[in-house]
Design a protein around this ligand. Structure first.
Ligand code: G4P
Ligand code: NA
Ligand code: NA
Length: 193
């Protein structure tokens, strides 16, 4: 097991409905030493890629993205979620459907902060069905930028997102891929990488 898998086993809690609670170290209280290790590991996995910007989505992607960005020496742009606005012309907009919350949201990024010169590393905390990620990719494509890679902390390997994104040809690096979680015993099984 790597450092993140070990931490998930130690402090993660399996909830009903295949939800993994990691709010003591990842998406509520945040362990910055752990985030730094993640940054080092992403730097290693995306070695040789020419990356000038990190893109993530609010809320829980932001903390990780900021720490990872220090390892790349680049700025972070986060996509904002909004119910429905029309700032026609000034923003890139993608529709994102949330399976968990059963609703459609727009995610938006100002055209000021992404363009065709950008070589982007996308960072997020979770990959489940991949809808948020597809929205981010759409926004980077609208800007004419290049997706150099995608770095995820925890992928839920039994949901469809990972397959969809890998089949699109992107370099997707997930630091922990959960293959199975047992609500009753709390046992978590990871994919060998
Ligand atoms: P997806 O299609 O974008 O992959 O996500 P999905 O709609 O399935 O999930 C909705 C939200 O729930 C996302 O956060 C996602 O990160 C989070 N999520 C999915 N599975 C788990 C899980 O097992 N554990 C935890 N802790 N979170 C999970 P969000 O609501 O879009 O963002 P945020 O504001 O929390 O960052
Ligand atoms: Na989340
Ligand atoms: Na997230």
């Amino acid at each position: 097991m790597n450092f993140l898998e070990e931490r998930i086993v130690k402090d993660g809690i399996v909830k009903e409905g295949n939800v993994l609670k990691v709010d003591s170290f990842l998406n509520h209280q945040m362990d910055i030493d752990l985030f730094n290790q993640m940054g080092e590991e992403f730097k290693r996995r995306f070695e040789g890629k020419n990356i000038n910007k990190i893109v993530t989505i609010e809320a829980s992607g932001i903390g990780i993205a900021c720490v990872v960005a220090q390892h790349f020496g680049v700025p972070v742009v986060f996509a904002k979620k909004s119910k429905s606005i029309n700032i026609e012309g000034e923003m890139y907009i993608a529709e994102v459907e949330s399976f968990t919350h059963k609703c459609k949201n727009q995610v938006i990024v100002s055209k000021k902060f992404l363009n065709e010169d950008d070589h982007v590393l996308v960072i997020d905390d979770f990959l489940a069905n991949g809808c948020a990620l597809q929205g981010l990719i759409s926004i980077i494509n609208q800007a004419g930028g290049t997706v150099e890679g995608i770095g995820i902390a925890i992928e839920k390997g039994f949901q469809v997102g990972g397959n969809i994104i890998r089949n699109l040809g992107y370099q997707l690096e997930s630091l922990a891929i959960v293959e199975d979680m047992d609500e009753k015993t709390g046992k978590i099984t990871f994919r060998e990488q």
